[in-house]
Design a protein. Structure first.
Length: 277
């Protein structure tokens, strides 16, 4: 295995169970990730210079294929229903072993980032993916540590993202061959069978939806938010596509964010490193 890029002190892929990748690219810059995407013929540049990719079969999330591992931590705390679907730990372990073995001999892209602009609730995230543009999405979506901060970065949560790995529903406990599984005890999210990068974003949003109210008494919100010159904050709720981003982008108010926020005792803070839409 060859390694490239900025690797935080004490970090390795073996801690995630990954042993034999071909190349491991750590914390490449956005420009480098675009270059890798183009070189691998996974995308093209638009006339504005943005990278354009085909996410394959899925152009949106698949909520019915999102699972939460049921264990001692989640059993009595999660509201289990058709959206919060339970999956046994043995299926998570089986799929994690399969994915890490699948990664053998492949190029992997690792991006370290964080969620929550509030320092007290910040969540450090490590995204490990087989696609450079998945790492690029994480770079765009989440807060970016400085190179100095990356030197000592330690992830709180790990996302293992394998768009071209497919589950076998007959043996793996899934509904279809695509899946997203959250394990709160291991602080790991597995994503497979889908190239849609929104699963990375919503995986972390689902984690925050649980731990912020449950552990910290902070309200998590799907909303946009802005602030007036006197410090007053306005929040805008609504389903996707109903105008949250438009309403929050007011010329006379300071934008906080357009999609995901927390409301703590000392104010409203953005989960992301900017805006989603």
């Amino acid at each position: 295995m060859k390694t490239w890029g900025l690797i935080p002190e004490g970090s390795s892929l073996e801690s995630a169970g990954i042993k034999e990748p071909a190349n491991a690219y750590w914390n490449l810059s956005p420009e480098e990730l675009v270059e890798h995407t183009l070189r691998k013929k996974m995308g093209v540049l638009s006339d504005k210079g943005a990278i354009c990719v085909n996410t394959g079969k899925f152009t949106g999330r698949s909520p019915k294929d999102r699972f939460i591992v049921i264990d001692d931590y989640t059993r009595d705390a999660v509201n289990w229903n058709s959206i919060n679907q339970a999956i046994e730990p043995r299926y998570f372990d089986l799929l994690k072993d399969k994915i890490t073995n699948y990664f053998s001999g492949k190029d992997l892209y690792i991006k370290d980032a964080s969620a929550c602009a509030h320092e007290e609730y910040k969540l450090n995230i490590r995204v490990i993916s087989e696609y450079p543009w998945s790492a690029q999405f994480a770079s765009n979506m989440f807060l970016r540590p400085s190179n100095e901060e990356l030197k000592t970065f330690k992830p709180d949560w790990t996302i293992i993202n394998a768009p071209e790995f497919y589950a076998d529903p007959a043996t793996d406990g899934t509904r279809q061959d695509n899946f997203a599984i959250i394990n709160f005890s291991e602080k790991t999210i597995l994503i497979g069978g889908t190239g849609y990068t929104g699963e990375i974003k919503k995986g972390i949003f689902s984690v925050l939806n649980f731990i912020l109210p449950y552990e910290h008494k902070v309200l998590s919100m799907h909303c946009s938010a802005n602030q007036g010159k006197d410090g007053d904050t306005a929040i805008f709720f609504g389903l996707s596509g109903t105008g949250k981003t438009t309403l929050s982008a007011h010329p006379n108010r300071f934008l906080i964010g357009d999609d995901e926020h927390g409301w703590a005792d000392d104010g409203v803070f953005n989960f992301e490193g900017g805006c989603y839409a």
